[in-house]
Design a binder for this molecule. Structure first.
Ligand SMILES: *Cc1c(COP(=O)(O)O)cnc(C)c1O
Length: 475
């Protein structure tokens, strides 16, 4: 059984195996724990030496499904509140299967006109969805990390150009350090992007006016003045993961305009605040950015890996990313070129398809309702926390993240930090619900984020019950 050519009729059988397993798995998401440690020994079935003679398609797929449906983290379900993780809408999940069925290389038009055409539509739909003016463009990326990398690579190209250097050919040698000014909300992935781009992650100059990281605008202005006309980059955050707060984008856009700086905004999940008139004020001014990074695999509820970068002047993408040519590759202005020449990757899966399908299925209204429902649920959770004598909210709830801690009476701050740190560990070991900890304004707390289309108020009731039960057992 070593050669798929000799068993080619197995494909349909194998796909049917997946479909047959999908129904029960999806049905189980409503009630199953997020993680079941008891199933962990099953993982051993996937280990062992590389098979010399293969076991055949049916056996391989059966094993993977049996182990996977038992040991997977049910982050696609309604009670996973760690990080910011969306599920997959029915349309997005089905379309993701189509991606594998068609197995397109969304590198350039020469490899798939279909994938290229859908990506063009999807980028414009995303632009419209979040209310950006016509003329913006971009590219789909694997993640917001890669979208930050892309936006900051464009910023680097622009900044070097202002120094008279084409950084794509000459590199950074001989240039001064690129000033990147930000508040304390700057995401680690944006700093990682700076590190990968050769600026070093410490090139981010952080100007915060308090321990939560709120940006110090006056200090940024002083620094810009001090730079005396030297080009600089402002890196803003629309939606930080601890509490869902935003940098004041309009004020930063004013500064960028006044000092001719590049404004990059990381809106991994917060960009979708633009969808509702109730939250749009948070992201006001984002349309004046030069580049915006965001994720579809978070609040858009599209399967991994799905990020995107939107840019005000899409003509900058080609010069900043175009590969050094080779005789067998399309060139930068080639009609057979495409998005693989406009971003950090070459071969790419057709990640436009699930985004297309989910936007086609649910439209602007569906997503506005999703965002509003999640913000309502976050407020509901906040009210539940406020009403509980042993819980204490640590932050306002502008969007979909609720930062709070377990707070039994009569404990010192150091004891509370210790209890909440152990509570975070206990939640992940218990597995009924998932949430992560952070340090907010000096206090260790939990920071559940609500971004899965399946989540209801009843799921949050379970979450609070589990938190209080485990908290009580620890303290
Ligand atoms: C999640 C997140 C990122 C990183 O996104 P990935 O898709 O995991 O790369 C960047 N910035 C913010 C604000 C985030 O919330």
């Amino acid at each position: 059984m070593g050669d798929p050519l000799t068993e080619k009729d197995e494909t349909r059988t194998a796909l049917r195996q997946v479909v047959d397993a999908a129904g029960p798995y999806l049905d189980s998401l409503a009630d199953r724990p997020v993680y079941d440690r008891a199933a962990e020994p099953l993982l051993a079935e996937l280990a062992g030496p590389l098979p010399e003679d293969g076991h055949g398609t049916g056996t391989a797929v059966e094993t993977l499904l049996r182990v996977g449906t038992a040991t997977a983290t049910a982050s696609a379900g309604p009670r996973f509140y760690h990080f910011v993780i969306g599920g997959s809408t029915p349309a997005a999940l089905a379309a993701d299967w189509v991606v594998s069925l068609l197995d397109q290389n969304a590198f350039v038009r020469a490899s798939s006109r279909f994938a290229d055409a859908v990506e063009t539509v999807v980028l414009d739909w995303l632009r419209q969805l979040v209310g950006l003016p016509a003329g913006w463009g971009g590219a789909l990326t694997a993640s917001a990390t890669f979208a930050n990398l892309s936006g900051l690579a464009l910023a680097t190209h622009w900044w070097a150009q202002r120094h008279g250097v084409d950084v794509t050919s000459a590199g950074l040698a001989g240039l001064p350090r690129m000033p990147v000014l930000c508040g304390g909300y700057v995401h680690p992935s944006a700093r990682k992007a700076l590190q990968l781009l050769g600026h070093g992650r410490d090139s981010a100059e952080v100007f915060a006016r308090d321990r939560t990281g709120r940006v110090d605008l006056a200090a940024i202005r002083r620094r810009l003045r001090e730079l005396d006309g030297a080009p600089a980059v402002l890196a803003a955050t629309a939606g930080e993961p601890d509490a869902g707060d935003f940098d004041p984008l309009a004020d930063l856009a004013d500064l960028a305009g006044e000092y001719r700086a590049w404004l990059h905004v990381d809106g991994a999940f917060g960009l979708f605040a633009t969808l509702s008139p109730r939250t749009a004020h948070l992201s006001a001014g984002i349309e004046r950015a030069d580049s915006i990074a965001a994720d579809a695999h978070k609040w858009l509820n599209v399967p991994y890996e799905s990020g995107f970068v939107l840019v005000r002047e899409p003509d900058r993408l080609g010069p900043a990313f175009g590969m050094p040519g080779a005789p067998y590759l399309p060139g930068p202005d080639d009609p057979r070129g495409g998005y693989g020449l406009l971003g950090p990757e070459s071969s790419r899966r057709a990640r436009a398809l699930p985004i297309w399908a989910t936007l086609a299925a649910y439209g602007r209204t569906g997503y506005r309702e999703l965002v509003e429902r999640h913000c309502d649920l976050a407020r509901y959770l906040a009210a539940t926390v406020d009403a509980a004598p042993d819980l204490q909210r640590l932050a306002e709830v502008p969007l979909n993240v609720v930062c709070f801690r377990y707070r039994p009476d009569g404990r010192s701050e150091a004891e509370l930090d210790d209890i909440n740190r152990r509570l975070g560990e206990a939640l992940l070991d218990d597995g009924r619900v998932f949430a992560g900890t952070t340090v907010y304004n000096g206090h260790v707390g939990l920071r559940p984020a609500i971004s899965n289309w399946r989540t209801t108020a009843a799921d949050l009731d379970v979450f609070v019950d589990v938190v209080r039960e485990l908290g009580a057992s620890l303290s």
